[in-house]
Design a protein around this ligand. Structure first.
Ligand code: ZN
Length: 135
């Protein structure tokens, strides 16, 4: 069975992956308009300011939308069915992730806007993924 593909940090995303490795969900916040944004980039997506800094987030949010995947790509066969979701974080940004901790996921177990919190998947020596569970 092929190995699962893993993220490859870049200079711009390294602070995010350094944070997940320490089990901290970090994103950039603009010092001019005070909004968080994601994915990582050198300027604020709201006001284009380059005056940004990395902050640690609460790890809490809500289930914005999802799909239950029954047809996994190579490497994920043993995980199917699994939930690919977009979580809206309490601080504003949305993050694509997996919802974990649900046996045999079905839509009735995954209400839209349900509160979620981050859990950590240490998938290699270098990479820890932020997953979420219902709370
Ligand atoms: Zn801004």
């Amino acid at each position: 069975m092929p190995a699962k593909a893993l993220p490859v940090p870049t200079p711009e995303t390294a602070p995010f992956w350094d944070g997940t490795k320490r089990h901290e969900l970090r994103m950039q916040r603009c010092n001019d308009c005070a909004q968080f944004f994601f994915y990582p980039r050198p300027y604020c997506r709201h006001c284009f300011s380059a005056n940004t800094e990395w902050r640690t987030l609460s790890g809490r949010g809500t289930l914005h939308t999802y799909v239950i995947n029954h047809r996994p790509p190579p490497g994920w066969e043993e995980d199917a069915p699994y939930v690919i979701a977009i979580v809206e974080l309490a601080e504003g940004p949305r993050l694509m992730t997996n919802i974990v901790g649900i046996t045999d996921p079905t839509p009735d177990k995954l209400p839209i806007d349900a509160p979620v919190e981050v859990v950590w998947a240490d998938v290699s020596d270098e990479i820890t993924l932020p997953h979420f569970r219902l709370v």
